[in-house]
Structures are given as structure tokens and as C-alpha cells.
Design a protein around this ligand. Structure first.
Ligand code: AMP
Length: 115
């Protein structure tokens, strides 16, 4: 499994990013093309290419991605106004980086369903 995804390079500090949180397991940084006033990507430091590749061993890590989104939503002031957490998988969903990531979006009224 490759460890050299774009996001792995951000995790390792090899590519600059606006990191808003990092620990031994997850990294969160601002999306370079924000689709909302708050648009943060939350990634596991270890590469899992798509959600299809996750296994039972990743259960706690996947939960941590969501709890990190919850905490950042609070810290960034969108927990009460509302926010969306999305993980795209493969081509039809528009996944463009093969390293799973949660999008945390908020700060404006989001439409539903997504396009
Ligand atoms: P997805 O389409 O779900 O794979 O999302 C990938 C996201 O990564 C897109 O929203 C891009 O704008 C974002 N992105 C691509 N390159 C960078 C980068 N260098 N730093 C931050 N975000 C990026």
C-alpha cells in the first residue's frame, strides 16, 4: 500500500498546508479549494486508499475521524449552526485523492441532495 499520497506528504510536513489539528493518528487541514466558509479535511496519518479498503482493525480510527470532526466543528464555531461530514469513495463520488478523508463543511446553508 503506497505511503506517498498527497495527503501523506501533508501529514509528514513535506507539503505545506493549513493544519488545524494533528496527533499520532489523524491530521486535519484546510481544503485548498474551500467549498464553504469552513472546509476542513480530516485524514488518518496512515494511508487507507478508500473506504472499501478499511477493515475491522480500522474501526477505532474511523470513529476518531468523526470525533475529530465533532470537536473541530465546535472549535470552529459551526456545531450549533450546522455542518456536514462527507467521505467520497471512488469515481462516481468524485474521490480525487486515494487516502480516505472526511470533509467537514459548514458556515453557510448547505443544499441537499448534493450534486
Ligand atoms: P475528494 O474529491 O473527496 O477526494 O477531496 C479531495 C479534496 O482535497 C478536494 O476538496 C481538494 O480541494 C483538496 N485538496 C487537493 N489538494 C490539496 C492540498 N494540497 N491541500 C489541501 N487540500 C487539497
Amino acid at each position: 500500500m503506497t505511503t506517498d499520497t498527497l495527503f501523506a506528504r501533508i501529514v509528514r510536513g513535506e507539503i505545506p498546508a493549513q493544519i488545524v489539528y494533528q496527533d499520532d493518528e489523524v491530521t486535519a487541514f484546510r481544503d485548498i479549494h474551500p467549498a464553504a466558509p469552513v472546509h476542513v479535511l480530516i485524514v488518518p496519518n496512515r494511508v487507507i486508499p478508500t473506504l472499501n479498503d478499511a477493515s475491522a482493525e480500522d474501526e477505532v480510527l474511523l470513529g476518531k475521524l468523526f470525533l475529530t470532526a465533532q470537536r473541530l466543528a465546535r472549535e470552529l464555531g459551526i456545531d450549533q449552526s450546522g455542518y456536514r461530514v462527507v467521505m467520497n469513495t471512488n469515481a462516481d463520488a468524485g474521490q480525487s485523492v486515494a487516502h480516505i478523508h472526511l470533509h467537514l463543511l459548514g458556515g453557510r446553508r448547505l443544499t441537499w441532495p448534493p450534486g
